[in-house]
Design a protein. Structure first.
Length: 358
């Protein structure tokens, strides 16, 4: 057991004056650990892992489409992956022009785009063989019409094909001060056929803050990092007005947390609007800012009387409940200890062993 971990435990326990409080702390930590090792159901995998952990289960012999690879594709073609194709809303030349002045993007490494998506995926891939996997890292938050996207992209997947998503957790990135996207908002845009969402652009521009996951994990209630640049605020309003005329302005149109995303899936499934079932879920790991999701195509769920819908809904409800419980445990521990700390799953296990030994 590391010295750092023992020191942290000592500080935590020293802050709790009574033996009763220490037992409560242990009980909550133990439950938090059980949350990570207990599956929600045999049909659903909830687990940890490194960045984009779903890549370990992607069959490279199947047809793979990666959306928005930019200069860092998750499955590089030069590694012998002949079955991977790249898609973007812009051509290769246009992508390079768009990011030409972005210091965070090395334009010389931008990959060649095979398919340019215009209007819809279904129309853009007419006559193209369907795919077994679609990979999209940090993509869906940039899509103004979320429901339309899922319904549309289902048309280019083979039966039981999978879409693998890496999604930024709004609590721990520059979206920290924004509220998560709700089902009502998504459904309203879908019903009205709106393909642009200037309001969400303005929300993001006025709330933009530091992109530091470790900082936000330890300072969740911080309000000292709200944007203070008045000129930037007025510039955001001008861009908002331009977006109202139909001009596309890139933004995080949607903001998600693991809990809010699962709630969104629940409501979309309940109302027969979502042709996918959740098969793998990787929650946000401490001091990181993204979570991962694997969805499997199941068009039966678009039917009001689908035989598998109740099972899917029950799984989602179970997941929602356990995520909420886990986060409540974490809030309890932080509140009772009066000490800002982040316990990893491994450290919780070490804590169990240490306590049991006593």
């Amino acid at each position: 057991m590391s010295y750092n971990f023992i020191s942290r435990l000592h500080l935590i326990f020293r802050s709790l004056r009574h033996k009763r409080d220490r037992k409560i702390l242990y009980r909550h930590l133990r439950r938090s650990w059980l949350f990570f090792i207990t599956p929600f159901s045999q049909s659903l995998k909830l687990r940890g892992g490194g960045r984009c952990p779903y890549l370990n289960s992607v069959d490279r012999n199947k047809r793979i489409l990666e959306i928005g690879p930019l200069n860092r594709p998750l499955i590089p073609r030069e590694n012998g992956n002949k079955n991977v194709f790249y898609a973007d809303m812009r051509s290769t030349t246009d992508v390079k022009d768009f990011y030409n002045n972005d210091p965070n993007v090395d334009c010389s490494l931008i990959v060649d785009i095979d398919f340019v998506v215009t209007d819809s995926y279904q129309k853009s891939f007419i006559g193209v063989e369907k795919f077994d996997y679609i990979i999209a890292s940090h993509v869906i938050e940039h899509i103004p019409q979320l429901l339309r996207f899922f319904r549309d992209i289902a048309e280019i997947l083979n039966h039981a094909g999978k879409i693998c998503l890496t999604i930024p957790d709004g609590r721990y990135c520059f979206d920290h001060y924004r509220y998560p996207t709700s089902f009502a908002e998504c459904y309203d845009l879908y019903t009205r056929g709106v393909n642009n969402n200037p309001m969400r652009f303005l929300d993001g521009a006025l709330s933009y803050t530091k992109n530091d996951a470790a900082f936000w994990w330890s300072n969740r209630s911080d309000y000292l990092n709200l944007p203070t640049d008045i000129d930037a605020g007025y510039a955001a309003v001008e861009q908002y007005r331009a977006a109202l005329t139909g001009k596309y302005v890139d933004a995080h149109f949607s903001v998600f947390t693991p809990e809010s995303f699962l709630l969104l899936l629940y409501n979309m499934t309940k109302l027969s609007l979502f042709p996918f079932r959740l098969v793998e879920f990787f929650p946000t790991r401490p001091n990181t800012f993204e979570f991962d999701v694997v969805l499997e195509l199941s068009k039966d769920l678009l039917q009001k009387k689908s035989s598998i819908k109740q099972e899917i809904l029950d799984n989602l409800l179970s997941q929602l409940s356990q995520i909420a419980i886990n986060e409540e445990h974490e809030r309890f521990v932080r509140r009772e200890s009066g000490y800002k700390f982040n316990l990893t799953v491994g450290e919780i296990r070490e804590f169990e062993i240490l306590t049991d030994a006593r």
